[in-house]
Design a protein around this ligand. Structure first.
Ligand SMILES: Nc1ncnc2c1ncn2[C@@H]1O[C@H](COP(=O)(O)OP(=O)(O)OP(=O)(O)O)[C@@H](O)[C@H]1O
Ligand SMILES: [Mg+2]
Length: 341
């Protein structure tokens, strides 16, 4: 590397020196002398001129030029040295910066690997813990149901009430654990995809009963703006259902009055379908609009009093499903007016 640099520098130095000398030699005196040399050479050539003679004549011209134009030759040499040092400086700066870029790249690679390993570890940990929690919880819920159903004999109404509270909280906990399990399975890419032709309008319409019931309980008006004609798309039915169901659950959860509208329409530009879930709920502030798709992000959980439950995994699950079936999601929202996903 260093030898190559030296060679390069020497090459520049010699080139520049010769250049300056030959430039210096273009004054009239040198030209005249050169003519004399040429004529002498012609004469000598007849009388067999040797390569040593020729070299001697050429050196003589060079030295004559240098002595005749000493100032110019000195300036030329100085310029050549200047450029040589400049070349050195640029070369070493370039190699230094290349070295530091390589080191930075290595560092970045190492950090990326570390982050990937940590993410993997986190997913495995979540998966393991969720499984361990889920099994005993399912047993507890099962026993509570048996007791409240009277399978172990009659229980007092006071105990019945207490058991119902325990059952409700346990079911809530089980749902959260299920969300974590779904998310970690999706993140690890362990959920198989089944792409097939499906009737999207029918899939959405099948959710009507469940959400009509939930909206009625909250006094919300649920509208289904679905096309009459069937629409065939190629996708994964289970994933589409999960996505729409999550969006509808959020719409119900974050809307206290007004309406929720589910809309399905074919996009005119290509072969895809747009599904919209619109609500007149509390809306999302601009600063939270991008982060709500991140796991465990809850825009409205500023204090425990206005929290509406959940752990902030619904939308990140939606995002993961959509990424895997090559679909996209966007949201528009205004605080106090409502949101459209
Ligand atoms: N329709 C909506 N209207 C207003 N805010 C919403 C709506 N949908 C989502 N959000 C905001 O986005 C956050 C993230 O939503 P996400 O579904 O991921 O979590 P969550 O509903 O809080 O909990 P989980 O879905 O795990 O039960 C919510 O906490 C809420 O602040
Ligand atoms: Mg949710």
């Amino acid at each position: 590397m260093c030898a190559r640099k030296l060679f390069f520098a020497a090459f520049i130095l010699v080139g520049l020196t010769v250049n300056s000398i030959s430039w210096a030699g273009t004054n009239e005196a040198t030209v005249a002398r050169f003519h004399i040399f040429s004529s002498t050479t012609t004469t000598k050539q007849v009388a067999t001129i040797t390569p040593v003679d020729e070299l001697a004549y050429r050196l003589q011209i060079v030295f004559n030029s240098i002595f005749a134009n000493r100032d110019l030759a000195i300036y030329g040499l100085l310029a050549a040295f200047g450029i040589l040092f400049l070349g050195f400086a640029i070369g070493s700066a370039a190699s230094n910066s290349r070295g530091s870029t390589d080191a930075q790249l290595k560092n970045l690679k190492r950090e990326k690997e570390k982050a990937e390993n940590l993410a993997k570890l986190k997913a495995e940990f979540l998966n393991q813990v969720s499984h361990e929690l889920r099994t005993p919880l399912a047993v507890i819920i099962g026993y509570i149901e048996c007791m409240t159903d009277g399978l172990y004999g009659e229980i007092e109404s006071k105990h019945h009430e207490i058991l119902q509270v325990v059952a409700k909280q346990s079911t809530h906990l089980k749902n959260m654990i299920d969300q974590i399990l779904i998310y970690s399975r999706l993140e690890a890419g362990k959920q198989p995809i089944r792409i097939e032709e499906l009737q999207i309008v029918k899939i959405i319409a099948d959710m009507r009963d469940t959400f009509d019931f939930l909206c009625r309980q909250k006094g919300l008006d649920l509208r289904w703006d679905l096309p009459r004609e069937p629409m065939t798309i190629r996708s994964d039915a289970m994933r589409v259902k999960e996505v729409v169901s999550n969006l509808l659950q959020n719409a119900v959860k974050y809307t206290d009055r007004g309406s929720i509208t589910v809309r399905v329409e074919r996009m005119s530009s290509n072969d895809s379908v747009k599904i919209e879930v619109e609500d007149t709920g509390m809306g999302i502030s601009e600063q939270h609009l991008t982060s709500i798709f991140e796991p465990f992000m809850q825009a409205h959980k500023t204090s425990s009093t206005n929290s509406r439950g959940g752990i902030g995994l619904g939308l990140s699950i939606v995002k993961k499903h959509l990424e895997q079936i090559r679909a996209t999601i966007s949201v528009t929202s205004e605080v106090g007016i409502g949101s459209t996903f």
